[in-house]
Structures are given as structure tokens and as C-alpha cells.
Design a binder for this molecule. Structure first.
Ligand code: NAD
Length: 478
């Protein structure tokens, strides 16, 4: 049998699945908080019932320690579902809006209506929480969903399918596995909303595809998230947190510190503290780190080779390796590595690293750092370690990023009451909690006439009195 008919068959079955969501989406428009909470509770229980299977699957896909999977996958997901269960009734309530001078006598409200049929495309780096987290928001907002997880995490995808099929009928939520070709077939369909998590390059493809049907999009993308450590910083705390943020999931984290600007006066001490932190956590030799069960692997050989190439190219262009530098594509291993004296031309300064390699640059004046950040695409996260309010204020006012974190990193992902998302190159729209609910809702304006209407006094035929009234309106309109 040739590959072509197989592809056509797959596309036809995707088309049928999409069609089957039409009637469900209309029915879900009428769904109330009780129905949605029930589904979310079922989803929560299905996840908790399969916790061991999740830990095992993520270990197989990313060689990740179960404790790290608990902290970075299960915990954020469970938090997101519980938060939605506790709040969805409140989120769904229409918001009353007071009349303006020009609309005196009317009443208005904003209603949160489900968007309808949604497509969720997720990446491989946190294969569980980045697939099911957005699904929580889609369900809380009353939508149907087709979920396409990454093709690089087959074990976790198996558990996700099991969870989804235990909770939902396929005409409400379904998982479609496959690669870019499958995603392309899905993107050709007129979904009402597309929620994409992945790289900025693919984000552009998704947005172009969405434009064909004018589907709304949420794009959760990546990029280079800088860190600033100034001369007032608690250096030990900075090193401990930055190394944690960089090495968790072996650097394959969208909000991982990508590179560090450290003040020249404290740079050597900071690098030494980073080195000792790595040694204490993962081992003080390459062999020890390689055999540590706590240090994950790159997702696949190609990615390990890519990160190793970035290191090699950095060294060839004049960078120094302060520690680390080893890699082994066969076992998908890249050592925790710190680079110094990295020239601006090095590839590692220009593309998202997405691995356990940390370039450390020195600075003298914060203004130059701010200028460099503003010259680059807007980052997903900006981190600063400082005791100076003025430094925080300067960064807050003069830079832009999805999030700005002071003396902490990564933890913003678990604060459900904050919007999580990027800006321009790092993303469009946001997720988590009420912001995720809003992403999957159409904010519908509903306005009703009251017993009195100011407008009726201005209907034609126009006379001098109506002219004066219209001038008054213009003058006093707020
Ligand atoms: P990716 O963009 O390569 O893939 C993401 C998804 O898109 C996968 O499901 C993949 O199958 C699909 N895809 C790939 N090519 C496609 C195409 N041509 N057309 C349509 N779909 C296609 O990203 P990745 O390598 O899985 O993940 C890493 C990237 O994701 C990094 O840039 C990282 O920063 C970003 N990321 C962002 C967030 C966030 O919340 N902002 C979270 C995790 C990862």
C-alpha cells in the first residue's frame, strides 16, 4: 500500500472527527458551571489515578527523575485543575457594565461564551502539563478540543490518551497523534480557536494557517530569556536559583534563564558559586553527573547534537568554558556548562539554547544591558537578581517581556492568578487560571434598552434644540 492513500485516510478521519465536534460545541454553549466542574473533577481524578504511569512515561521520554516530574508536570497541572474547579462558576458569571453618558438608560454586560471547536497543539518539553493544562482552560470555558501532542513523547502521549478517553467522548475531546504533517492537516480545518505552544518559527506557520479561517489564536512561544545579576544581589541565592532554573529538565524549558548578564565586580564569584552548586547537586565530575539520576537528557539525538554544536561554535568564536562542555549524542547527554567571554556573533547568543548551557556575560552599566535587551526580540521572561528598587524600577519601565521576575525564576508558571504568556516573538495572548479561561472564551457584548432612551430624543427630523443637545453631549461626554 502506498503512503499517499494512508495520508489521505488519516486526513479524512481527522475531518470526520472535526465534524463530530460541531453538534457537541453547540450543546456545550448551554453547559453550566456544574457540568464543567464535574468534567474537571473527573479529569483531576483520572490524572491522579495515573500518577505512577505519568512518572514512568516522562522518565522514558526525557530520563527525568520522578520528583522533578512531580514538581514540574504533575504539580502545575493538578494546581491548574483545582484552581479551575474552585473558580469556574465565578469566572462564568456575566460582568455587569455601567452605562456611559451616551448610553444612559441601557444596561450592559460581558458574557463569556465558549469559542467552540478548539485545536490544541503542544510541544515535547513538558509533555503532560503543556497538553492537559490548556485543555483544563478549554473545558472550563465550555469548548470541544482536539489535542495534538508532540510526536517526540510517545510514552507520555499514551497516558494522555488514556486520561482523555477515560473522561471524554471523542466527539468532545480527542487526542490525535502525529508530526508536522498531521498538524498541517488539522490546521487546514476551520477551528474557532487555536492554542499553540511551541517555537516562534512554527508559531508563525500556525498564525498564517489560522488567518485562512480567521480563527483566533493563543500562541505560547519561546525565545531567549535574559537574567541580570547586579552588584547588590545575594549571589549565592542567585546562583542556586539560576542553576536550578537552567538545569531543570536539562534546560529544555521555555522560561529557562537563557543567558546571564552579571556585574563585572561580582562575576568571578558568581561563576564559582554556579560551579559549586552544579557539583553539589549533580556531581563534581563529568562521569558523576552523567550517572546522576537527577539530571535529565535531551529529548532526542538531534537536539543533543544541536546543543553540542552551539557549544563548539561558541568555543571556536573565542568563548571560554568555565565548567562542563562535554556531550554524548548517543546517550542524549549534554553536561551542565557555563560559558564566558561569549562574543555577540556566537550562535549561542542569537538562538534559544534550550539546553543546559549558560553563557555568562559581564556588564558595567545597566543602561547598556537594557539597550541590548530592547534590541533583541521581546523575551518570554526577564529575570533580575538585585536588592536595588531602582534597578527593578528601571527594568520594569524600560523593557518589555512576558513576565518580569525579581530574585526568583520559573515560579511564575505556578502562580495561577497571573497571566502566563509572551509578547510578540515570545507569544500572543496568555494562559493559566482566569486568563486561560478568557483565552478560550469569546467576550460577548450584550446590551439591552431600558425604559428611558437618551437616543430617542435625538432622532430626525433635526431641529435647533437637537443640535444644541448634540453639542452638549459632545462637550460633557466622558
Ligand atoms: P515546535 O514548534 O517544533 O513543535 C511544537 C508542536 O508543533 C509539536 O506538536 C509539533 O508536532 C508541531 N509542529 C512542528 N512543525 C510544525 C509545522 N510545520 N506545522 C504545524 N505544526 C508543527 O516546538 P518544540 O520543539 O516541541 O518545543 C520547543 C519550543 O517550544 C521552544 O521554542 C520553547 O521555548 C517553546 N515552548 C514554549 C512554551 C510556552 O509556554 N511559552 C512552553 C514550552 C515550550
Amino acid at each position: 500500500m502506498s503512503a499517499m492513500p494512508d495520508r489521505e485516510r488519516a486526513d479524512a478521519s481527522i475531518g470526520k472527527l472535526f465534524e463530530s465536534h460541531a453538534a457537541t460545541a453547540l450543546r456545550l454553549r448551554r453547559s453550566g458551571a456544574t457540568e464543567r466542574r464535574l468534567k474537571l473533577t473527573k479529569l483531576l481524578n483520572a490524572v491522579l489515578d495515573r500518577k505512577d504511569a505519568i512518572l514512568d512515561a516522562v522518565q522514558r521520554d526525557l530520563s527525568k527523575h520522578p520528583t522533578e516530574t512531580n514538581l514540574t508536570e504533575v504539580f502545575p497541572l493538578v494546581g491548574e485543575v483545582k484552581h479551575a474547579i474552585a473558580n469556574v462558576k465565578r469566572w462564568m458569571k456575566p460582568q455587569r457594565i455601567g452605562p456611559t453618558m451616551a448610553t444612559l438608560g441601557t444596561t450592559s454586560r460581558v458574557m463569556y461564551q465558549p469559542r467552540g471547536r478548539c485545536l490544541l497543539i503542544s510541544p515535547w518539553n513538558y509533555p503532560l502539563s503543556l497538553a492537559l493544562g490548556p485543555l483544563v482552560s478549554a473545558v472550563a470555558a465550555g469548548n470541544t478540543a482536539i489535542l495534538k501532542p508532540s510526536e517526540f513523547t510517545p510514552h507520555t502521549n499514551g497516558v494522555i490518551k488514556d486520561i482523555v478517553s477515560a473522561v471524554f467522548a471523542t466527539d468532545e475531546v480527542a487526542v490525535v497523534e502525529g508530526d508536522a504533517q498531521t498538524a498541517t492537516a488539522l490546521l487546514s480545518l476551520p477551528f474557532d480557536h487555536i492554542f499553540f505552544t511551541g517555537s516562534p518559527d512554527v508559531g508563525k506557520i500556525v498564525m498564517a494557517a489560522a488567518a485562512r479561517h480567521l480563527a483566533s489564536v493563543t500562541l505560547e512561544l519561546g525565545g531567549k530569556s535574559p537574567v541580570i545579576v547586579d552588584a547588590t544581589a545575594d549571589l549565592r541565592g542567585a546562583a542556586e536559583h539560576i542553576i536550578w532554573g537552567k538545569m531543570v529538565n536539562a534546560g529544555q524549558t521555555c522560561i529557562a534563564p537563557d543567558y546571564v548578564y552579571v556585574h563585572r565586580d561580582v562575576a568571578d564569584r558568581f561563576v564559582e558559586l554556579c560551579r559549586s552548586t552544579v557539583a553539589q547537586r549533580y556531581g563534581d565530575s563529568d562521569a558523576a553527573i552523567k550517572s546522576s539520576p537527577d539530571f535529565p537528557r535531551m529529548i532526542h539525538r538531534r537536539h543533543a547534537e544541536r546543543v553540542a554544536r552551539l557549544m563548539d561554535e561558541a568555543v571556536q568564536s573565542g568563548s571560554r568554558i568555565a565548567f562542563g562542555g562535554a556531550s554524548d549524542a548517543e546517550s542524549r547527554y549534554v553536561a551542565p556548562t557555563l560559558l564566558r567571554d561569549v562574543p555577540p556573533s556566537a550562535q549561542v547568543r542569537r538562538e534559544e539554547i534550550f539546553g543546559p548551557v549558560l553563557p555568562v556575560l559581564t556588564f558595567d552599566a545597566l543602561d547598556t544591558v537594557i539597550a541590548e535587551i530592547n534590541a533583541a526580540p521581546k523575551p518570554l521572561a526577564l529575570y533580575v537578581w538585585t536588592k536595588s528598587e531602582r534597578t527593578v524600577e528601571a527594568l520594569q519601565t524600560n523593557t518589555s517581556s512576558g513576565s518580569l521576575c525579581v530574585n526568583l525564576c520559573i515560579q511564575q508558571f505556578t502562580q495561577h492568578n497571573l497571566p502566563f504568556g509572551g509578547v510578540n516573538n515570545s507569544g500572543i495572548g496568555s494562559s493559566h487560571g482566569f486568563f486561560g479561561f478568557k483565552a478560550f472564551s469569546h467576550e460577548r457584548a450584550v446590551m439591552s434598552a431600558g425604559p428611558l432612551s437618551a437616543l430617542e430624543m435625538l432622532f430626525p427630523p433635526y431641529d435647533a434644540r437637537k443640535r444644541r443637545l448634540s453639542e452638549m453631549l459632545l462637550k460633557y461626554m466622558t
